[in-house]
Ligand binder design. Structure first.
Ligand code: AMP
Ligand code: ZN
Length: 472
């Protein structure tokens, strides 16, 4: 069955096929590790994960590379302002590398909580300085660069279809607003190597043929992706903000340096998560982290469920209320799977095949996870399927959805100690046929916000809808 993906380069949904045999070579732009990743950033990594899981589900082998930007990403995408890593290091009185290690570790823990599969290779920009210098040298030799007093720049007028993906109309850009482009020849030209203003002041700077400085942000992704995936590869992803600057700049310089076209076959972009109608960004602050949501009582996988419930190309309007809805749906799902028991029936019925096909159609149609979830719910509601068959299908779908259905059996009831004690006491009362006491405990549990369900595998607790203090 074919996989269809929307390609930002051609602005069309296309049939996906790897360039080489069965192997998909896949690069995703990773985080700039100068601060916590908020749930907007993490939405983009959940999107990468469902893409990867969909490819694996279809029998492809996937080689996934992701970077950590630990140098060169300036506060403005126009190559001006401070280096985000240097600024964070100063603010927190730490070395830039300690900052990078600290935030990368937290990011990795968040990914584990969200069931995001780790990339096969993670690379840091600071470990590829030599290769980045070499790439700029190649571009210089080929005549694509010029020098200003603050660095070496890529001359975008030398590329015929610069900005094709972002539909960048340079004249429109210039006419629309007056922008200070400094010594750059064009607004769209970008830094390949920035010179340190005063060598010795930055924590991270290196010698180069042009003087002491540091690499431009776009060069790192070209160098690291092609180092591990080859000079042409299959898929490159990022958030939708990369469509207009970062990715056109990567494409321009990679195609110029490597002499290949297209450098990458498929470009996929995840839409932003919005909060109170705004495109939140890490540099502006003001968006939750996964740990903050956990402190409010939300399981990280509730956030994953929420992400799956909106197509990756649609902006997700986040609020605690919509997250609450996702948390309730996930709880219902987990409770149902627990009730179904573990024995899978090995006789495949007609409807099981039909549901499997519907699920595959949905995920293969440009990762339509909302439709895939609704197939899952149709399975769970189907009166003609028995429990084990439903569970079987749900676990199969969960290879892509990643909602933690597999390990539910072993999961301990997640409730405070006093609640668990009451459950135990109620079990004892039931065994002793003291039903009045058992009912009284059930009422007590309800007051504490828990309902209890007696299943063939013992009592199951369910948290009632929490009353949110903050209504957003
Ligand atoms: P950064 O750490 O700023 O380099 O961003 C890491 C990734 O998160 C990039 O792919 C961005 O495109 C993406 N991103 C940033 N803000 C959001 C948001 N509000 N919603 C979704 N993705 C985002
Ligand atoms: Zn990148």
């Amino acid at each position: 069955m074919a996989v269809f993906l929307y390609n930002s380069l051609t602005r069309k949904k296309e049939t996906f096929e790897p360039l080489k045999n069965n192997l998909v070579r896949f690069y995703s732009c990773g985080p700039t590790v100068y601060s916590y990743q908020h749930i907007g950033n993490l939405r983009t990594y959940v999107f990468n994960d469902i893409l990867k899981r969909t490819l694996l589900f279809n029998g492809y082998e996937v080689k996934h590379v992701m970077n950590y930007t630990d140098v060169g990403h300036l506060s403005s995408d126009a190559d001006t302002g401070e280096d985000r890593m240097e600024k964070a290091a100063q603010k927190e009185h730490k070395s830039a590398q300690d900052i990078a290690a600290f935030y990368a570790e937290i990011f990795e823990k968040d990914c584990v909580k969200l069931n995001i599969m780790p990339p096969d290779i993670i690379c840091r920009a600071t470990q590829y300085i030599k290769e980045q210098i070499e790439m700029v040298q190649v571009l210089e030799e080929k005549g694509f660069t010029y020098r200003t007093s603050d660095g070496i720049y890529f001359d975008t007028s030398k590329v015929e279809d610069y900005g094709q993906m972002g539909q960048i109309d340079e004249e429109g850009l210039e006419a629309g607003k007056r922008v200070d482009i400094g010594e750059k020849k064009r607004k769209t030209d970008f830094a390949l190597w920035k010179l340190s203003e005063k060598p010795g002041l930055r924590q991270q700077e290196w010698n180069s043929p042009w003087g002491i400085g540091f690499p431009g942000w776009h060069t790192e992704c070209c160098v690291m992706s092609s180092k591990h995936l080859g000079k042409q590869f299959d898929i490159h992803t990022g958030g939708e903000d990369h469509i207009t600057v970062h990715h056109p700049n990567e494409i321009a310089q990679a195609e110029a340096a490597f002499g290949v076209k297209p450098w990458v076959r498929f470009w996929l972009h995840g839409a932003f998560l919005l909060f109170k109608g705004e495109k939140v960004s890490k540099s502006k602050g003001g968006l939750y982290t996964i740990s903050e949501l956990e402190e409010m009582g939300f399981a990280p996988l509730a956030f994953r469920y929420l992400c799956l419930n909106t197509h990756y190309k649609k902006q997700l309007h986040f609020s605690l209320n919509v997250l609450e809805g996702a948390a309730n749906a996930l709880n219902r799902l987990h409770n149902l799977i627990l009730e179904y028991g573990a024995d899978p029936g090995d006789q495949k019925t007609k409807s099981e095949k039909k549901y499997s096909n519907e699920f595959r159609d949905a995920i293969n149609d440009d990762l339509n996870m909302p439709r895939a979830l609704s197939v899952l719910w149709s399975v769970l509601r189907d009166k003609d399927l028995d429990g084990p068959a439903k569970r079987n299908l749900a676990l199969k779908f969960d290879q892509v959805l990643g909602l933690g259905l597999e390990n539910l059996q072993e999961k301990k009831q997640d409730a405070p100690e006093d609640v668990l004690k009451l459950v135990e006491e109620r079990e004892k009362a039931r065994k002793d046929k003291n039903f009045a006491r058992a009912d009284a405990i059930r009422d007590e549990l309800l007051k504490l916000g828990y309902s209890v369900n007696d299943t063939s595998q013992g009592p199951k607790l369910k948290m009632q809808n929490s009353k949110l203090k903050t209504q957003n």
